[in-house]
Design a binder for this molecule. Structure first.
Ligand SMILES: Nc1ncnc2c1ncn2[C@@H]1O[C@H](COP(=O)(O)OP(=O)(O)OP(=O)(O)O)[C@@H](O)[C@H]1O
Ligand SMILES: [Mg+2]
Ligand SMILES: [Zn+2]
Length: 497
């Protein structure tokens, strides 16, 4: 007997429909259980989980011949999400549930030996694919139902076990509605008012937040670099619908979305440790999983202690920063993942940190080598550089700086101007620059002079133009004025000098 079920294969962020055909023979000469159609190891192991779960549901498959075909054959199928649909087709083959009921729905979920369902990553992408494929009813683990329900048109049926799924299909049981969590824990970023002094760095942070630019902070230990970076998420505007859906899809595919958390509205803040490997930063591995660069999309990638990062890992970030996408190629084909974040990096000015009573005691060549190692691969990608010094003790005592709320209002106003034009300044493509950020004759002169003085690359020029656009937006100015360009050049200088 031939039965069918419908599942989805997740590759990167995209899910594609997979049709499962199960041929069952109840009294064969040679009982066996075979899965064909490019399954990975986790999927091969599905056989024991499915046998055991079917047994828990009252069906003994030990004497049966089971041939499972996953089509299309050329799509790689990964993970344990195929357990539930295969199990349902197997149960239908044994007459435990009407095959037509199974054929009508889509299903996803990992099985435990006793038939309980466990959540799997990538539900948002799977739910979208289910709707696209015209199979909007999705049987899934209870923990995944809320996430699937975020997709318009999807009708998730949360099930606790394969036994429960069968009863739900037959209309004998209600699906379980997940207990609504109060829209996830509200992350409260620490307040910008905690950082005393450092007006230059605060301004640089505001510009980067407003335009989504890349920032490098250089300064001796204990002056507030890490403090400032941690306060950046607080001054960023919440994600809009489109950004929130993308961020949620990414976190879901990476398996780091808490169950029932709802849409990711808070801009991501990713701060990988400096021991992070290249695959951890840009994604990849045997199963394609989003890396930090993708998880930071819509938010911030913070590289604290930049020179401590592995050289190859920094090199690997160059293209994602420039192009806004990560390309991962494997034998089974290549996958493109988004990586649009603003990069915030922090480092000491030299190996000794320059924080001792005599200031820096390092030989000059070592200082140069240190700075080159750190910023070399990424320097051309940095828009804004800022040097931080020790604030005077009285500054620490009396300074009453602006709060996160005040700064965020300016940032949001500047962002709204950009959204009205369609693109965030940090992501402005070169061919739109002349249209969105035109420079007057006087402004062009300033840029030309800077190009000669600093021997800037064309990429560097474009970066100055984008930052000038943001500075004008913060000033609520439609035109870019010479003062805006001058500040853009000054903050760019901080990264080079
Ligand atoms: N500008 C500042 N205003 C108020 N407190 C500060 C300031 N700078 C540093 N501090 C205090 O010093 C601590 C260390 O600051 P932070 O971790 O940001 O330093 P850092 O510049 O990142 O140093 P390192 O180079 O060692 O990483 C903070 O937790 C805070 O208590
Ligand atoms: Mg620090
Ligand atoms: Zn030094």
């Amino acid at each position: 007997m031939l039965t069918r079920a419908h599942a989805f294969a997740l590759t990167g962020l995209d899910a594609t429909p997979v049709e499962i055909e199960v041929y069952t023979s109840l009294k064969p000469k040679n009982p066996c259980f075979t899965i064909v159609g490019l399954p990975d190891k986790a999927l091969q192991e599905a056989r024991s989980r499915i046998r055991s779960a079917a047994f828990a549901a009252g069906v003994d498959t030990v004497e049966s011949l089971l041939l499972v075909n996953l089509a299309p054959a050329e799509v790689r199928k990964e993970g344990a999400g195929f357990d539930l649909p295969i199990a349902l087709a197997v149960l239908a083959g044994h007459g435990a549930v009407d095959e037509r009921l199974v054929d009508e729905v889509a299903a996803v979920g990992e099985l435990a030996f006793d038939g309980r369902l466990r959540p799997v990553p990538g539900i948002l992408s799977i739910a979208e694919a289910a709707v696209r494929a015209g199979r909007p009813v999705l049987l899934c683990p209870v923990e995944c139902a809320a996430e699937a329900a975020l997709v318009p048109g999807c009708q998730p049926l949360g099930c606790e076990s394969v036994q429960h799924a069968v009863r739900v299909l037959r209309g004998e049981s209600q699906p379980t509605t997940p207990t609504a969590s109060p829209s996830g824990p509200l992350v409260v970023a620490p307040d910008l008012a905690d950082v005393r002094g450092q007006p230059g760095a605060r301004r640089a942070l505001e510009i980067c937040a407003a335009g989504g630019h890349n920032l490098l902070m250089i300064g001796p230990p204990g002056v507030g670099k890490t403090m400032l970076a941690k306060r950046l998420p607080g001054i960023l505007p919440p994600l809009n619908d489109e950004q929130a859906l993308l961020a949620t899809r990414i976190h879901s595919a990476a398996g780091v979305l808490p169950a029932g958390a709802g849409l990711v509205r808070v801009p991501p803040f990713r701060a990988p440790h400096h021991s992070a490997t290249t695959p951890a930063l840009v994604g990849g591995g045997t199963r394609i999983r989003p890396g930090e660069a993708t998880l930071a999309t819509g938010g911030v990638l913070f590289l604290d202690e930049l020179p401590e990062f592995r050289r190859d890992a920094l090199e690997a970030l160059r293209v994602p920063i420039e192009d806004g996408v990560v390309r991962i190629s494997r034998a089974s084909g290549s996958v493109v993942l988004p990586s649009r974040f603003s990069l915030i990096a922090a480092m000491n000015p030299c190996p000794c940190g320059g924080g001792g009573p005599q200031g820096c005691t390092c030989p000059r060549e070592r200082v140069i080598a240190y700075q080159r190692k750190a910023s070399g691969p990424l320097l051309d990608r940095i828009d804004v550089g800022v040097r931080l010094e020790r604030p005077a003790p009285e500054v620490l005592r009396v300074d009453r700086p602006e709060t996160t709320t005040v700064v965020r209002e300016r940032v949001c106003a500047a962002r709204d101007r950009q959204y009205a034009r369609g693109v965030v300044n940090g992501l402005l493509p070169v061919d739109l620059l002349e249209h969105v950020a035109p420079l007057s004759g006087e402004c062009t002169q300033l840029v030309d002079e800077a190009v000669r003085r600093l021997s800037l690359s064309p990429r560097g020029i474009h970066r100055i133009q984008r930052v000038a656009r943001t500075i004008a937006d913060l000033a609520k100015s439609d035109a870019i004025a010479p003062a805006h360009v001058a500040e853009a050049i000054a903050v760019r200088l901080g990264a080079i000098a």
